[in-house]
Ligand binder design. Structure first.
Ligand SMILES: C[S@@+](CC[C@H](N)C(=O)[O-])C[C@H]1O[C@@H](n2cnc3c(N)ncnc32)[C@H](O)[C@@H]1O
Length: 499
């Protein structure tokens, strides 16, 4: 028996568990071995073929095969039979502690309210680790790369800009909420655990965001209805929380309701075999927390029913792939080493699903794609034409002219009065040799929204600089976002003399 266990360990050891490191022959032998060990019989044709296909196509590991077989009715029947034969009443406890916990069954036996309570209990009974919650993502250097890397990809996918209202769903002790505040967003931390949100308030008190940032809001969730009006948030940020939800279709509908048309909900979640992992089993047994598998086909079905029209997944890895210089060169040249790296990414992605759901602009079901706006840098390009009334003015006399600007980019320009992302025409003042005198010399206000392809014509009167010879350089600017020149648009320069 001991030799058998040693062999099993060897099969399931960390180096061998990755399917990409196993030859096809070894995969097949591994499946047979697990069948014999767990079910005391050889693998049947159908089972062998199914697991071989899932190892090949989905990157399923031998450990996951073992976990799934151990969760099967056949194994549970065998276990119960064995226990009934060998033990008396007291062995019921053994059966309970050794059986795999099934996330679906757990959701079915406990109510949404029960599970909200157990989620809070989790924090209350582990308050001695409060500092670890508050130090996240820097509580443990082994976790930091994955937390920061996953966070980075979610932020990038959501295309956040300052001023947006962002709901942090399942915020826990609020490290991500605090980051969203620091990014200038109006962050709303939501969780079923009031204890977690209290920790979040402590985090803001002990580590206040730098500068003037919008105050956060904290919202206790009853597990069913989000206490926010329809279409009231620009983005939903969900970091490692959706897979804990026992009623995902209903919650997705709530997320779709509170999100503005054209808004994006982004999720960083584990993979489709998550529930059977050792860590998930531990959490479900000891804390009655739901650890669902995240199956994208199901997510997309719920999301479409909730008014989302687009689903994107981020392909990335937060694992550092270190190689000697020669292999690095080979990777940059696109050689064979690149496919070894791609294999690593493939395995990583089995357990990391970062996905983005965009809500349609006309509401549920109608599916019209949202138009992006000038709060985002990408797609900002314009053309400028300038007509000065005169090239020289007297001291104190305004520099008058007409500007015609055209939106030749892909995003809509917000009115110039919008504090973040409003588009105006800016003027740099330069000496005749081109050296800068005042970068923000003047602004010419653009009114209303300028859709892609549309033109605006404005008359202007600029306060003149002191007497001298100058260049006025005109460039479009999205306030708080950037100058259009940085996106490749041409500026227009005119010479003036103030006498
Ligand atoms: C793994 S923690 C992640 C917390 C936080 N996002 C972070 O990264 O630190 C999962 C969070 O989901 C919360 N949660 C559990 N069930 C929930 C539900 N039904 N609705 C919303 N949040 C829930 C838990 O209370 C917990 O704070």
């Amino acid at each position: 028996m001991r030799a058998f266990v040693r062999r099993l360990r060897r099969w399931l050891s960390p180096t061998l568990r990755r399917p990409d490191l196993l030859e096809a022959r070894e995969r097949e032998a591994g499946i047979d071995f697990v069948y014999r060990f767990v079910l005391a019989r050889p693998a049947d044709e159908e089972g062998r073929a199914r697991y071989l296909r899932r190892m090949q196509d989905e990157g399923m590991t031998l450990r996951e095969v073992a976990a799934e077989i151990a969760a099967s009715d056949e194994f549970q029947r065998r276990l119960r039979g064995t226990i009934a034969r060998e033990h008396d009443e007291a062995s019921g406890a053994l059966a309970q502690s050794e059986a795999l916990v099934d996330a679906g069954a757990l959701s079915a036996t406990l109510s949404v309210e029960d599970l909200a309570r157990t989620a809070d209990e989790y924090y209350r009974t582990t308050l001695q680790f409060a500092d670890r919650y508050l130090a996240k993502p820097f509580a443990d250097p082994r976790d930091t790369p994955d937390l920061l890397g996953s966070f980075a990809h979610l932020v990038a996918g959501l295309r956040l800009v300052p001023g947006m209202t962002v709901l942090d769903f399942g915020a826990g002790a609020c490290w991500t909420t605090r980051c969203l505040t620091q990014l200038g967003c109006e962050a709303i931390a939501l969780d079923v655990s009031p204890t977690a949100l209290e920790l979040g308030k402590q985090l803001y008190a002990r580590l206040p965001p730098i500068g003037s940032t919008p105050p956060p809001r904290f919202l206790v969730f009853d597990g069913r209805r989000i206490d926010l009006p329809d279409a009231s948030v620009d983005r939903i940020f969900c970091f490692d929380a959706f897979h804990h939800v026992p009623n995902p279709a209903d919650v997705m509908r709530e997320l779709g309701r509170v999100l503005r048309p054209g808004g994006v909900a982004g999720f960083s979640e584990p993979g489709r075999h998550h529930s059977k992992g050792a860590r998930s089993q531990y959490e479900m047994k000891n804390y009655t927390a739901i650890e669902n598998d995240v199956v994208m086909e199901d997510v997309w079905t719920w999301a479409r029913a909730a008014g989302f029209v687009d689903l994107e997944l981020a392909a990335f890895s937060t694992e550092s792939y270190r190689v000697p210089p020669a292999e690095f060169d080979e990777i940059t040249r696109g050689g064979r080493a690149l496919s070894r790296y791609a294999d690593r990414v493939r395995v990583f992605l089995q357990g990391h699903q970062t996905f983005l759901l965009t809500k349609g602009v006309r509401g549920k079901g109608e599916g019209e794609r949202p138009v992006r706006d000038s709060r985002e840098r990408e797609g900002l390009t314009g053309e400028i034409a300038i007509q000065l009334e005169r090239g020289s003015v007297g001291s104190g006399e305004p520099v008058r002219g007409t500007a015609t600007v055209q939106n030749v980019g892909s995003v809509s320009w917000l009115p110039g009065s919008t504090p973040h992302g409003g588009v105006n025409l800016g003027v740099h003042l330069r000496a005749r040799d081109g050296s800068p005198i005042s970068v923000d010399f003047a602004r010419i206000r653009l009114e209303g929204t300028t859709a892609p392809g549309r033109t605006q014509r404005v008359e202007f009167a600029l306060t003149p600089p002191d007497p001298g010879d100058y260049l006025l350089e005109f460039d479009l600017v999205s306030e708080g976002v950037g100058w259009f020149e940085m996106n490749g648009s041409a500026t227009i320069t005119r010479a003036i003399t103030v006498s």
